[in-house]
Structures are given as C-alpha cells and as structure tokens.
Design a protein around this ligand. Structure first.
Ligand code: GDP
Ligand code: MG
Length: 370
C-alpha cells in the first residue's frame, strides 16, 4: 500500500487518532479515523509531531520501495507488445516460437550468436514484438500464481489436425482470467488431415468466436513446419497491440519481472528480466524479490552486451547477490540503504516460507504449457 489509515498513522506516531485528525485539519484535510492518507501527507504529519526520523522507521519500507512511480505523460512512448504462446502439448508451440525467431533474424544478426535467454524480440515492418519463450508457460502459470503479469497478448496454438484439447481449454481460461487478448494460431495447416473449420467450431464452445464466424477473435492459419502464415500472425499481433495502446515511460527507473534465473558456474547468479517500464542501466542498484544487486553487465537476446534496456526489452543481467525466482518483480532504486533493508527482510521471510513447503507448483505444472 502507498497509503496508511489515520488510525495506523496515529499508532505508529504514538499519538491519538484525534491528535492526528486535528493536524490534518490544520493542513486543510478533513479525514475520519479509517480514512487513508498518502505517505507524503503522513510524512508531513510526522514532521509536525517532530518524529520525522521515527516515521521513516515506522512506515512500510517495502511499500515505499515497491511504490510504482507515475509515468510522465510527456515521456510516454509506444512500447512493443509482450507475447506469450500457449496451447496443448505437441500442438507446435516450440516449433512456432523457433520458426518466428529464425525467420525474423535481421540481416545484421544472421550468423551471430543467438542465445536462449527465455525471451526474444523480433522486428516486423519496423516494429518490435517481444516473445516470452521461457518455460513461457511459467509466464502464465507460476508467474500468474505469484501475481506477476507480463503478457499483453496470448497466442493460442491449436493444431488443425487435433483441435481443442484439455490444455487448450486451460490456456483459454488462464488468458481470460488475466484479461489478456487472445489470438488463435491454427497450426499444422500443411497436414492433409488439417481441419481449421473444426477448430473454429470447437473454439465457439469456449466463447472464442472467430471473425469469419461473426465474432471478434482473430484466427490465423499457420504452419510452423513450412513457415507459412507467420508474417500474417506478426501483423495481427501488431494490430492488437496498436488497439491496446501499450505505453511506457523510458525515463523512469526500471521496473520489470524476472522470467528465469539460475546460478551460472562462471558468472554467478544470472537472471533474465523483462523490463516493463523505465530503463535499466549498468550500475543501477536493483532489488528482485529477496535479492539485492547492482547491474554489472547486461546481455540482450542476440548475445550482445548492452548498456541499457528499455520497456518491453528482455535482458540477461549479471551482478545479483543471489538467484531470484521467476515471477519476482525487479525494481531499480536510488536508495541503496532501503534496498538492502527490504531485501534482507524478504530473505528472512523467504526462509520462513521455505520451512512450510506447501502448495508448491511442480515443474510438471510449469512445463505443460510449452
Ligand atoms: P509443443 O509441445 O506445443 O511445443 O509442440 P512442438 O513444437 O514440440 O511440436 C510437436 C510436434 O509437431 C513436433 O514433432 C513438430 O515437428 C510437429 N509440428 C509442429 N508444427 C508443425 C506444423 O506446422 N506442421 C506439421 N506437419 N508438424 C508440426
Ligand atoms: Mg514445446
């Protein structure tokens, strides 16, 4: 929370609610005991009582660290859409991701090292699209379970020779719960037994009515194997992105989500982060879950060292003190002391939670979506 009730504030200041309300009134704020005041106001009130430093201790540091700054309207830019591919096992999710990636490597990059960092960007008609290809699946299951939402558009892959299957339905439900727009990729249309109409008909039973059936769901026939329909799919992704007006403020300090992380023998803790807003820079102090760090190096999806990463950019970062978890929010912060304290507090909490190992999501759960 970025605010505190009058009651809570009074308690933290060791004053009565009436005293706090009186101070608020002197500031021209009419507040009742259960009303919330923001931290700026709370700080002023604390100052009035001469307990400024004490309030700093009392307020929720985690809330301060995580408080989302406002975008500056003047700085807003259109950011690339972040896309996740979902669908039933063997319907061609991995093949589609690979096909898109390989057919959209720009001339300059051809022959270069393309490394798997869990997400990649392609360019279509001069516009970028970010694909999450980690246990991308993790993006929707583990990450969602942890409250992290990174996806702007979900591509639902349905094999034209197999139709809607149990995991197709699960994927639809996930996307709907997250209120993420769905584009259907009807895959394997190269197969003689492919029946796209049957797929469309089955989708209507799950409230996905495609355009040529009078609905508003975009369905694109593709063949990951023969690499057909891919441009059309990218075109539709950009269309949906445009309708959704995805914007971000690159001038802010970075905020993103850890997509995957591991302990690399040579390099230490390495995390792939999707920067969602702001710009992450070398030297930034960061907190990701319980982990504190300072960005020592960043590597993009083409294996190149970069000095900064803007909105919707996936980047591998080095310089963390430990391995964060997929789904952790990463924030770059100015206040290193605050960062250290919050990370330490979270470490303690994490250890406590590890002691009660319940409701853990199994790897099987994670991987069944890709
Ligand atoms: P995933 O489990 O959804 O990731 O599916 P995969 O990408 O691993 O594909 C499952 C199988 O379907 C593999 O044998 C692929 O070669 C095959 N496959 C994927 N896409 C196509 C396609 O467009 N046409 C045909 N004929 N086979 C495909
Ligand atoms: Mg796969």
């Amino acid at each position: 929370a970025e605010s505190i009730t009058v009651q809570e504030l009074a308690e933290k200041l060791k004053k009565t609610a009436a005293e706090v309300i009186k101070k608020l009134m002197q500031m021209g704020i009419m507040a009742s005991i259960n009303q919330e005041v923001d931290y700026d106001t709370a700080t002023i009130i604390a100052g009035e009582f001469g307990v400024e430093t004490e309030l700093k201790v009392a307020v929720d540091k985690e809330a301060i660290l995580m408080a989302e700054p406002e975008d500056n309207e003047a700085n807003l830019i259109i950011r690339p859409p972040v896309v996740t591919i979902m669908g039933h096992v063997d319907h061609g999710k991995t093949s589609l991701l690979d096909a898109i990636r390989e057919t959209n490597v720009t001339a300059g990059e051809a022959g270069g090292i393309t490394q798997h960092i869990g997400a990649y960007q392609v360019e279509h008609n001069g516009k970028k699209i970010t694909f999450v290809d980690t246990p991308g699946h993790a993006a929707f299951t583990a990450m969602r379970a942890r409250g992290a939402e990174i996806t702007d558009i979900a591509i639902l892959v349905v094999a034209a020779d197999d139709g809607v299957m149990p995991q197709t339905i699960e994927a639809i439900n996930h996307a709907k719960a997250a209120e993420v727009p769905i584009i259907v990729a009807i895959n394997k249309v190269d197969k003689p037994e492919a029946n796209p109409d049957k797929v469309k008909q089955e989708l209507t039973q799950h409230e996905l009515v495609v355009e040529d059936w009078g609905g508003d769901v975009i369905a694109v026939p593709v063949s990951a194997k023969q690499r057909t329909g891919l441009d059309n799919l990218l075109e539709m992704i950009l269309l949906v992105a445009e309708v959704n007006e995805l914007k971000a403020d690159p001038e802010r300090m970075a905020r993103g989500t850890v997509i995957e992380a591991e302990l690399d023998k040579g390099r230490g803790p390495v995390a792939t982060v999707l920067v969602q807003n702001g710009t992450l820079r070398i030297g930034d102090t960061i907190v990701a879950g319980h982990v504190l760090g300072r960005v020592r190096a960043m590597i993009d999806d083409k294996g190149r060292r970069v000095k900064k990463a803007g909105p919707s950019t996936p980047v591998e970062i080095l310089g963390l003190s430990d391995v964060p978890e997929a789904g952790d929010t990463l924030v770059a912060v100015e206040d290193e002391k605050l960062a250290r304290e919050v990370a330490a507090k979270r470490q303690i909490r994490k250890r406590e939670e590890e002691l009660k190992v319940t409701n853990k999501i199994s790897l099987d759960d994670l991987f069944k979506y890709i």
